[in-house]
Design a protein around this ligand. Structure first.
Ligand code: LMR
Length: 393
């Protein structure tokens, strides 16, 4: 049986990690996978996470199973973080294995509710969105999103395409810090998207993997909150990997806003069922770190402060890179880097130019020219800027 297996298409982002590791050149720069690194190139354990782990170690008396949907304390704390004051009587929630697990469970839930569901995704989107959709055999279609000229959002095209989503379709939106482009909607544009969805009855499905990495913890949730207030049904997949820096703990949550409390109960039951069918009980350690932090004022304040430092550090690198490129290229055509938000920017380089950066300068970024700003520091920004100009980008 197993000899029948065929090779699967490799994940381009994960492949890059291996390629980078194998490169023996001094001074190589990794701008590939979306993992935060401090100026020393380390992905640190955040202070509040260490403190929470110590507290858990001291206080925890059992490792018996948690609830199928995850601990209520974690789900409530995350609901508050993502949605602020959520309508509790309409909200179902599910602890998941990372943000990716929440995406998968959301799609499984949508398929359970509507076997013919079509999913609308931005062009481009996180490659794993497409990979999961293909693997599940769910029909999907791409809506235009990125304007290759301005490196901003092609909003007119996006609206035109999203307007085609039918009642009951899912429209996958990046709540903030669009991956891979870094180009995001303004508050007014979000309002227009909400109005289109209100009219069509298509359901927003928000991927919120970078809350706190863009304009701030509250600001990055503003669009999601507005959508949740206006639309009767909303799915949200949130990740704690980046903002808590607990990547390997695989901590995420699926939030489902339903039309009424009866639908909420049915949805909650279906979501718990999906966990049971997939891996049974969700992992607890990361979720417990998060709830320990969010329910302790001092820990929460320290975590927020460190997250703000991380966010501001990335913004400074954006400003520095845009300014170096302005000087070296004698034009403002790279200013979009300072306007983008989150970990990523799509540079707009050709695959050949991306390859040239790798071959000539040992600079690694995803083939579509997505670069991870957090892979830089003050010293490597000028190196990258020079290489970009030399590669003719
Ligand atoms: C990324 O886009 O690089 C991250 O979300 C990590 C991943 O799993 O792809």
């Amino acid at each position: 049986m197993l000899s029948n297996l065929k090779p699967q298409a490799p994940d381009k982002i994960l492949m890059l990690i291996e390629e980078f590791k194998a490169d023996t050149r001094q001074g190589k720069i990794d701008l590939g996978v979306g993992v935060y690194k401090n100026p020393e190139g380390v992905t640190p354990v955040m202070r509040a996470v260490k403190a929470a782990e110590q507290k858990i170690w001291q206080d925890q008396t059992t490792k018996a199973y948690t609830a199928l949907s995850g601990e209520a304390e974690y789900r409530n704390a995350m609901t508050r973080m993502v949605l602020g004051d959520a309508p509790a009587d309409r909200l179902a929630s599910l602890a998941s294995v990372g943000g990716t697990g929440a995406i998968r469970q959301a799609l499984e839930l949508a398929r359970l509710a509507n076997p013919g569901v079509t999913v609308h995704v931005s062009d481009p989107t996180w490659p794993n969105h497409l990979s999961i959709l293909k693997f599940m055999g769910l029909p999907f279609t791409e809506y235009r999103y990125f304007d290759a000229e301005t490196r901003g959002v092609d909003f007119e095209a996006m609206k035109a395409d999203i307007s085609k989503a039918a009642k009951g379709d899912l429209v996958l939106l990046h709540g903030c810090c669009h991956n891979p482009t870094g180009a995001n909607l303004s508050a007014d544009q979000w309002d227009e998207i909400a109005a289109i969805l209100e009219k069509s009855g298509a359901i927003p499905f928000i991927d919120l993997a970078y809350q706190g990495f863009g304009d701030g913890l509250e600001q990055d949730a503003a669009a999601t909150r507005m959508i949740a207030q206006r639309l009767p049904e909303v799915l949200i997949a949130a990740s704690c990997s980046k903002n808590f820096g607990i990547y390997r703990e695989r901590t995420g949550i699926l939030l489902a806003l339903t039309e009424n409390s009866a639908a909420r109960d049915m949805t909650q039951g279906s979501m718990a069922f999906l966990n049971r069918q997939t891996f049974s009980f969700p992992p607890d350690h990361g979720a417990r770190i998060v709830s320990t932090i969010l329910t302790d004022d001092a820990l929460a304040a320290d975590w927020r402060a460190e997250l703000e430092d991380v966010r501001k550090g990335m913004l400074e690198l954006r400003e520095q890179l845009a300014s170096e490129l302005r000087n070296l290229s004698g034009s403002d055509r790279f200013d979009f880097i300072a306007h983008h938000r989150g970990m990523f920017s799509r540079l707009g380089a050709t695959p050949e130019q991306v390859q040239k950066l790798k071959t000539d300068a040992a600079i690694y970024m995803v083939g579509d020219s997505r670069l991870n700003i957090a892979g830089l520091n003050r010293d490597t920004v000028p190196v990258l800027a020079r290489a970009i100009v030399e590669a003719g980008i």
